[in-house]
Design a protein around this ligand. Structure first.
Ligand code: GTP
Ligand code: MG
Length: 401
């Protein structure tokens, strides 16, 4: 049976209704990807999270009641909480319910854990878990968390135990880093060889589920895993496509997708997987044009590229899934019409179901998008369409000159 989950999001007071709904919708997709099912979605508007339990006291009581009623096994907090806050909340839940408490990063890490196939991906996840969960990853941590979680009480003995645990985790971390070095050396070797062969390289990046792997397959013919779920891809694949004008092969890499609210430590843990992106000559930023949150997601991806120090590279913006949107050009002389991207056919249906106000969504016309992102040679494709391969190759040929 799928574990039942209660989804909770603590959001700043000024968050719009649409943003709040989309955040919870994304969290629901994440729990589905994990294999669970959301029984209720709750948000709480607060200036600051509760010091002890992240969620305010009243809400905690409410959640306990729901968890009992629904026999929920998981409470997922859509935020990044401190280990002590998760511990305190877990203790409250444990008294009356069977529910475990995870924050957003715990959930993402558990999805990674389930999907990871390569030894390299598994090591990176282990590293991220140590960094995020700290003492929570092993049962050993429970008593220590109790000590740390008790506000204001810190015995000398407790302190030294915590130090001991931290040392232990640090040793584990170094062991994994050592093993990961081995993969980095191999990857580095591959990259050097390609450089010697004078191959150009392009890296597909983008928010998770934007269609990166579909584009990879369309361009190169290489069979890759494609699915309507978040984090379908967790490692990096490289395949080539012949570029007649350059009389050489272009190497395309497809990698893990990005998502909002990722702690930098998690991105750092995936350094070895993401090195293909960092080293590429050209970045292909894939964007789901049918997504109402398109612009926010572009920003998330740009921020992560910055953290990876890959933001200054030449880029192409690939607006994908245009089959789901209505994209006619404005005929000359016609009055300006709103042709919104980011809240199109699919977006409008979703908006209706969720009862969003249209005014919440910033509308951008096709022309506005072309102007705004002109630096990045924006192209508009549907990766499912046979013609997309030639469209992409044309743009690549132009940009690689
Ligand atoms: N309608 C439509 N669906 C698309 C298009 N491109 C991809 N999809 C679908 O979108 C979903 C996600 O595609 P993927 O290629 O797996 O996306 P991704 O960016 O690799 O996602 P992750 O690896 O999970 O980060 C799949 O169900 C695809 O079939 C498109 O142009 N139009
Ligand atoms: Mg993928």
């Amino acid at each position: 049976m799928k574990p039942k989950a209660i989804l909770v999001d603590v959001i700043p007071k000024e968050t719009s209704k649409q943003e709040a709904e989309t955040r919870l919708k994304e969290l629901e997709q994440l729990i589905n990807t994990y294999g669970g099912v959301a029984v209720i979605k709750i948000f709480q508007k607060r200036g600051l999270p509760d010091y002890e339990t992240y969620i305010g006291k009243g809400k905690v009581k409410e959640i306990i009641e729901i968890a009992k009623e629904e026999d929920a096994r998981l409470v997922i907090l859509n935020n990044i909480a401190k280990p002590a806050q998760i511990y305190n909340l877990s203790e409250r839940m444990r008294k009356d319910t069977k529910a475990e408490v995870w924050d957003r990063v715990d959930l993402i890490l558990n999805i990674f854990d389930k999907h990871a196939k390569s030894a390299e991906a598994k090591l990176q996840i282990e590293l991220a878990k140590i960094r995020h969960m700290g003492p929570r990853i092993s049962g050993m941590g429970t008593e220590l968390m109790r000590q740390e979680g008790r506000t204001g009480v810190r015995s000398g003995q407790g302190e030294s135990n915590i130090e001991m645990m931290k040392r232990h985790l640090r040793t584990q971390e170094l062991k994994i880093l050592e093993k990961l070095k081995h993969y980095e050396t191999i990857n580095e070797g591959h990259r050097k060889r390609r450089q010697r062969q004078n191959f150009h390289t392009a890296a597909l990046v983008g928010y998770t589920n934007a269609g990166k792997s579909t584009i990879m397959q369309a361009l190169t013919g290489k069979k890759v895993y494609i699915a309507n779920e978040l984090f379908a891809t967790l490692d990096t694949r490289v395949a080539k496509v012949y570029m007649p004008e350059h009389q050489s092969e272009l190497l395309i890499s497809d990698t893990i997708g990005f998502i909002q609210d990722l702690p930098p430590s998690l991105i750092k843990a995936f350094k070895s997987t993401l090195s293909e992106t960092v080293e590429a000559d050209l970045i292909l930023h894939v964007i789901d044009a049918s997504d109402p949150q398109m612009e926010m997601k572009i920003q998330v991806v740009e921020d992560i590229l910055k953290q990876l120090k890959a933001d200054k590279k030449p880029k192409i913006y690939i607006f994908n899934k245009t089959d789901l949107v209505n994209l006619q050009e404005q005929a000359p002389g016609e009055p300006e019409q709103i042709r919104p991207i980011g809240l199109m056919v699919a977006g409008k249906q979703t908006a209706k179901i969720l009862g969003w106000q249209d005014k919440d969504t910033p509308h951008l016309s096709l022309q506005e998008i072309k102007t705004k992102y002109s630096k990045y040679t924006p192209i508009f494709i549907s990766a499912l369409d046979k013609g997309s391969k030639d469209q992409l190759k044309n743009v690549l040929t132009k940009r690689l000159k």
